[in-house]
Design a protein around this ligand. Sequence first.
Ligand code: AHR
Length: 493
Amino acid sequence: NTATLSAQTNPERVISRHIYGHFAEHLGRSIYGGFYVGEDNKKIPNTAGVRNDVVDALKKLKVPNLRWPGGCFADTYHWKDGIGPKENRPTIVNTWWGNVTENNSFGTHDFLNMCELLGTEPYLAGNMASGTVQELMDWVQYVNFEGESPMSKLRKENGREKPWNVKFWGVGNEAWGCGGNMTPDYYANEYRKYATFMAGWTNENNLFRIASGANSADYNWTETLMKNIPHNMLGGVALHHYAVIDWAKKGPSKDFTEQHYFATMKSALFMEELVNKHSAIMDKYDPKKTVALVVDEWGGWYEVEPGTNPGFLYQQNTMRDAMIAGVTLNIFNNHSDRIRMANLAQAINVLQAVILTDEEKMLLTPTYHVMEMYNVHQDAFYLPLNLKTVDYTMGNEKLPAVSGSASKDKNGVTHITLVNIDPKKGQDVTVTIDGAKFKSVGGRVLASKNIQDHNTFDKPNNITPTNFKGANLKGNNLTVKLPACSVVVLELK
Ligand code: AHR
């Protein structure tokens, strides 16, 4: 495996920190039991009901934005049910996820205040399918309007004087499916209408509206949106793609075979083709790249853990998930001229989670560690890493064994992240450095013997990053010995 690193920065090419966003839906134990355990909980230390252990862990990740309240749930959610005294709030039946009845005790104030606690920017997903224009307009007014108005008055009565100034807004979710089964033409028109009335409650340039995007390879969806929505009312177009083997037979989350593993990695690496093709369509209508591609749902999706509610999407998280995270984030970094925001699905106890909880216990998954290792790329200058790699093969099929990306941070430190998805073979990578002289190389590695290895509540530190000793720097030549199934972050000074 060989690579060339062009170490000269281009001031125009920054990897937006928002690529490292997360997602918190009212789904299973994501909010209730995951983020939020209630103000009166005496067993689990919390701040206004939000778990302190979760806040500490997420702060270390440097979560740039958090998407809420869905997902599919967003298009059934009526925000006014989640404000005011908790004992007066009506219930809602979560028809998408297990038909459970929830009491709306975690609402707008709870979420936005939690974002402040985490130091993260909220990304609110607006209800466009079962809600109204007025309802979404009122939500924008409630959270963002500084002046005197019916909604800002209500906000103040509910204890919040200053607006939160929420910048990121989704206009519906998966409008092609759970968000109303719309056609792209119909959705584009609806988007124009909703987006029109969202404006005016805040500094116009400050509102970043995101259109519900394509399901994976539905290129016609992106084309229709880019053609029919005026770009001055479009901050980003979304894209959803999950690493899934087969929607009818997703396979287990931890006791999987190497065949399952290969198929999952194939689906994860398909992201490269998706991004190239959706970006090419966007380039046609927006050559200056003013509209961002926002991959606001990505990650591995398997069968739920045996014995758990099928509607709760609770799955274990193994070294396979670390590989998905590593290769996907490398793809995002390398396409950061167009991809300027993304959200891993989902943060806690749902799908490819970074945190799992069981009552008062909490663990950090291998995916958490990859997100933490990669956070050095947040808002750093992108550096091209031209990689030629051998294949990881299965039968007649092949996948690139090694993937990578690089950046230089604001302090002048260069980082390279490399992933070797081959579960059996280590890989040597020789990097030729162009345009800079470095004196030292250090790094960290996340690796484990088996792709099925994971952290448990009894052994939460089974998999954690360790110091990496496999990199050697001689002049402008860097050699790296990647262990089998590993993620490495290198620091060059
Ligand atoms: O992340 C789980 C679900 O997947 C979301 O609610 C939906 O948008 C997608 O289909």
